[in-house]
Design a protein around this ligand. Structure first.
Ligand SMILES: [Mg+2]
Length: 165
């Protein structure tokens, strides 16, 4: 059985924003990326490395291929495939990801972690015939431990199901 896909947003998942107090230096660091300061969560990187043992990771972000220019090096991840959105990205929303992500995940189990799900995203998830899990994050906290554990448990459940079939 192939591993499920995990579609990974960057802003609000790995690059944190909207906090009152900057996060603890042990968990995140300000980095200059393409002339802009980003608060990169290193704990999110560590969690993604664990998730990569259970999922096939793919960038699903307005950063598109640029995510591979910086983030793998900062987070200790390999270069990842990325979903292309043809410049449709709009900060603060995620509905423009649906079409391309749907095409990418055709016929596959898919989890998606993002800080901007709206009604249309949940409807899409509901309508997919394959197992689908949306994991919403808070943009100032990003990918948390509870998300990580829930995702790994979900992937484990799929694997058990496939084995018992
Ligand atoms: Mg985002």
């Amino acid at each position: 059985m192939s591993r499920p896909i995990l579609a990974v947003d960057v802003d609000g998942v790995i690059s944190l924003f909207g906090f009152d107090q900057p996060p603890d230096r042990a968990t995140a660091k300000f980095e200059m990326i393409d002339g802009m300061v980003h608060c990169i969560s290193f704990v999110a990187g560590e969690r993604l490395r664990r998730l990569a043992e259970h999922f096939e990771l793919v960038w699903a972000t307005g950063w598109e291929g640029r995510a591979n220019d910086y983030l793998p090096m900062l987070l200790g991840l390999p270069q990842l495939p990325y979903v292309s959105f043809d410049g449709a990205a709009r900060f603060g929303s995620a509905h423009w990801k649906l079409g391309p992500l749907d095409a990418w995940g055709k016929g596959r189990s898919l989890a998606w972690i993002d800080d901007n799900f709206d009604e249309s995203c949940y409807e899409w998830a509901q309508e997919r015939t394959e197992p689908t899990l949306l994991v919403p994050t808070e943009s100032h906290l990003g990918l948390e431990e509870a998300h990580t554990e829930a995702l790994i448990a979900w992937a484990g459940g799929l694997e058990r199901e496939a084995r018992n079939r």
